[in-house]
Write a protein that binds this ligand. Structure first.
Ligand code: GLN
Length: 192
């Protein structure tokens, strides 16, 4: 199995490292032709406006929409989650529009820029997942086909899945816990 990590900007090196630690063949993706032969792609956290701009410039935004129709599984973390959504509060941002959900950027405001919290994620088993949030978005609305995977204590949705698309508002690549990467590889790509 081959998984790519979009390597235009942001925390792509950490995702490549996590996949390698899992024993999954992984490679960076910067150009559309580098998607050939991949079964899954991770879109990392970073700055969604910058990643979006570069995706448009390199022809990746359109190609990925097409790639997704060919069964490519995609996991967006943080900025990547913003780019997967069908609707973003920042209406001008070119996005992939693949997951039926509305996302709000920088949802935790200036006071609470970054924080860490133990999340309960039923699909990962009983042990909570220690999640790192950095100027994170939240999911404000999900469509009927979207499964909520995790919520904060106040009910706000921070992880969701729709078929072969997975979105997390936080950064699993910044901890040593590989369970989300394993879930993407085994469940979303493997059985999605
Ligand atoms: N705040 C960033 C954005 O809106 C996302 C931050 C992140 O990916 N850690 O694009």
């Amino acid at each position: 199995m081959k998984v790519g990590v979009l390597a235009l900007q942001g925390a792509f090196a950490e995702h490549l490292d996590a996949l390698q630690r899992l024993g999954t063949e992984a490679r960076p993706v910067r150009l559309p032709e580098q998607l050939d032969g991949l079964e899954g792609l991770i879109i990392p956290g970073g700055e969604s406006t910058t990643i979006s701009k570069l995706m448009v410039a390199y022809g990746l935004l359109d190609t990925l929409k097409a790639g997704s129709r060919n069964g490519l599984a995609i996991w967006g973390t943080c900025a990547g989650m913003i780019l997967l959504a069908t609707e973003v509060d920042d209406g001008d941002l070119p996005i992939m529009g693949l997951m039926d959900m509305r996302v709000r950027r920088n949802a935790f405001g200036r006071q609470l820029d970054s924080f860490e919290v133990d999340l309960s994620v039923a699909h990962l088993g009983p042990v909570p997942f220690h999640a790192v949030f950095i100027r994170a978005p939240v999911v404000e609305r999900v469509g009927v086909g979207v499964e909520v995977l995790s919520q904060l204590e106040d009910g706000r949705v921070v992880a969701a899945r729709q078929g072969r698309f997975l979105a997390t508002a936080f950064h699993p690549e910044l901890t040593n816990d590989l369970r989300f990467h394993n879930y993407f590889v085994q469940e979303v790509i493997g059985k999605g």
